[in-house]
Write a protein that binds this ligand. Structure first.
Ligand SMILES: *Cc1c(COP(=O)(O)O)cnc(C)c1O
Length: 433
């Protein structure tokens, strides 16, 4: 039965959960008919520019011929085979590309199904590692406040405890150690006192800490904050000093978004374990990866279990690997570095002057990420509607109005996004004042 678009939307509202929504008072969704380049074409007739890259992932735009072709070629061979005892070229090619692109020393690859699972895998690796080293008491994690690492339980246990409403799940969620979030911004003057809280945590609790997990340089969904590379450098040193593994969660920052291919490069460090996801397939399919060093893999494999204890049904899905391989080739062929630095320069020119607006607390730009932190939280339903009227797709949360556009966006299209942001922050009635 063919439904009219209004009927589809009504059914959606009555029966489908969307991310972090209420079923009692659902906000309206917008129905996408077709997507091409940086544009979402809505069934209601609007054509809007996606400023979110569908949450950091669609870096090359929608409906890209090279990505479409890579998947079509693979579909005609096979769409999936189990990864237990079988392998295939798309997975092997992907492992090789990831090992070559990522910071030095990471050369073992676990292909996971989503970002949250990649984080679960990283945490298991750290715990199995410490267990193998005969340090079973090192089975907790240290992290920094304001972080975001995913929605499954272990990942949630290292998200910001307030934002993540940990008290709702107390008794079920593991209690980990939280240091204060770094306060000194990416370009601000460094002070050693920034390390007080994290040093204290290492000093007091290292006997119980398997790994430090953090988002390098850019704290994404936990507040869109950019911190100083010296902080990350010091974390690497503290981990070494206290025999704690460093897990870098680059699920949002990976593949050029912060201006470096991986945000760890801002501090010139390599983690022991690295989580990747989001832009890995150019936003085509869910796929993530957890990489670790030879050393970590060897110690795990010498442990009591003798194996790494994880293996999902759809591990290493060939279609997703084919999309990822094509997306990584495009990054290089499109010269991601100039794409991102052009976006960064334009965001700085067009967004930084908005810092003086009466409704604005702070404006910050790093790589292809532009953030306006408002003084007040936004009225979500109204602001969404207004943005669509202005021809753009920007989805704020709380006080944060931010964009991380596809790398292929043109100057004029990006100008349309920043102009819409400038108009919105001038609308007093869209804020909860
Ligand atoms: C989005 C995100 C995750 C979770 O990834 P999912 O694919 O949504 O499970 C984990 N860590 C970071 C830093 C993220 O941005």
């Amino acid at each position: 039965m063919v439904k009219k678009y209004t009927e589809i939307l009504t059914y959606d509202q009555e029966h489908l959960w969307h991310p972090y929504t209420s079923m009692a008072t659902p906000l309206p969704s917008y129905l996408v008919e077709h997507a091409e380049g940086v544009y979402l074409h809505l069934s209601s007739g609007e054509k809007i520019i996606d400023g979110m890259s569908s949450w950091w992932s669609v870096v090359h735009g929608y409906n890209h011929p090279a990505l479409n072709d890579a998947m079509k070629v693979q579909i005609d061979k096979f769409s999936h085979v189990m990864f237990g005892g079988l392998t295939h070229q798309p997975a092997v090619d992907l492992a090789e590309k990831l090992i070559n692109l990522t910071p030095a020393g990471l050369n073992k690859v676990f292909l996971a199904d989503s970002g949250s699972v990649a984080v679960e895998v990283a945490i298991k690796m750290a715990i199995q590692y410490q267990h193998s080293k005969n340090k079973p008491a090192k089975n907790r994690l240290l992290t920094i406040k304001n972080g975001y690492h995913g929605d499954t339980f272990a990942a949630m246990s290292v998200c910001d405890p307030v934002n993540g409403m940990h008290q709702l799940f107390s008794g079920f969620i593991t209690e980990n150690y939280f240091a204060d979030a770094p306060q000194i911004g990416f370009n601000q003057t460094w002070h050693e006192s920034e390390l007080d809280s994290i040093k204290q945590q290492f000093n007091d609790n290292h006997q119980h800490i398997a790994a430090l997990i953090l988002e390098p340089i850019v704290q994404g969904a936990g507040g869109m904050r950019f911190y100083h590379p010296e902080f990350l450098k010091a974390c690497r040193e503290l981990c070494d000093q206290y025999d704690v593994l460093l897990i870098a969660d680059e699920i949002a920052t990976g593949f050029g978004r912060s201006g470096k291919l991986f945000a760890c490069e801002h501090a010139g460090i390599s983690p022991d374990i690295l989580c990747l996801g989001k832009a890995l397939t150019g936003g085509y399919l869910t796929l993530a990866a957890t990489l670790c060093t030879e050393h970590v893999a060897t110690i795990i494999s010498e442990g009591e279990a003798g194996v790494f204890m994880h293996g999902p049904t759809f591990m290493g899905n060939p279609l997703a690997c084919a999309a990822a391989n094509a997306s990584l080739d495009l990054l290089v062929n499109n010269d991601w570095q100039s794409q991102v630095s052009n976006i960064e320069a334009q965001l700085k020119t067009e967004l930084l002057p908005l810092a003086t607006n009466r409704n604005v607390e702070n404006v910050r730009v790093l790589g292809a990420i532009g953030v306006i932190e408002a003084k007040y939280s936004v009225n979500m339903a109204n602001i969404q509607k207004k943005f669509v009227e202005l021809g753009v797709w920007i989805r704020p949360f709380g006080k944060l109005i931010y964009i991380m556009p596809p790398f292929v966006i043109s100057r004029d299209e990006l100008y349309k996004l920043t102009t819409a942001m400038a108009k919105i922050i001038d609308c007093d009635d869209l804020f909860n004042k």
